[in-house]
Ligand binder design. Structure first.
Ligand code: PNS
Length: 166
């Protein structure tokens, strides 16, 4: 028997290393569109992240807690569509900043559709102010001693400063 998927539940997956103001913008937008959203951090054992999964969860928790009542946080490994099916979600949300994101995102969305046709990918655009903000650039700026003020939540700025002090 086929599982019924919840039309109201979406997954917003990502690495979130670290969460940026662009991610928060997308979280806010999808919290208005869907009844429930699971922000799901990929446990990626291949990459060497700047922040551990626990640190990323803690930062996400502190910026979403109380502000978004319909957002929950989780971690996952394996295929995203398998995770989404386990949660009975009907949609995967991905943020698209510029055309340059589109090619990779389209490829991923179509591959996910091939793997699981019942799950739709929904692309959302963040505010223009965040169209050039990425976790990768934030990490690079931090590594090179630059300021990431305004690009990430204050708690992330603080965590970056703590890392620098280590
Ligand atoms: O924040 P990111 O790094 O752009 O997120 C990428 C993510 C986590 C969405 C993607 O790597 C993913 O879904 N990984 C899980 C493994 C998977 O399902 N791979 C097949 C994708 S078509």
């Amino acid at each position: 028997m086929r599982k019924a998927l919840s039309r109201k539940l979406a997954i917003y997956p990502g690495t979130f290393d670290p969460v940026t103001n662009g991610h928060i913008d997308i979280i806010e937008r999808c919290s208005k569109l869907f009844s429930q959203v699971i922000v799901a951090i990929l446990i990626n054992t291949d990459k060497a992240p700047l922040f551990s999964v626990d640190e990323r969860l803690t930062m996400l928790r502190s910026v979403t807690w109380k502000r978004f009542r319909n957002i929950t946080l989780d971690t996952f490994d394996g295929l995203l569509v398998d995770y989404a099916m386990r949660k009975k979600a009907s949609a995967i949300v991905r943020g698209i900043r510029a055309i340059s994101d589109y090619e990779y995102e389209l490829q991923m969305a179509l591959m996910n559709r091939r793997l699981e046709p019942r799950i739709e990918t929904v692309f959302m655009m963040p505010a223009e102010a965040y169209s050039y903000v990425s976790s990768k650039l934030v990490r690079e700026i931090f590594m090179l001693g630059g300021s990431v003020k305004g690009l990430v939540p204050v708690v992330v700025e603080q965590k970056l400063r703590d890392k620098r002090a280590l």
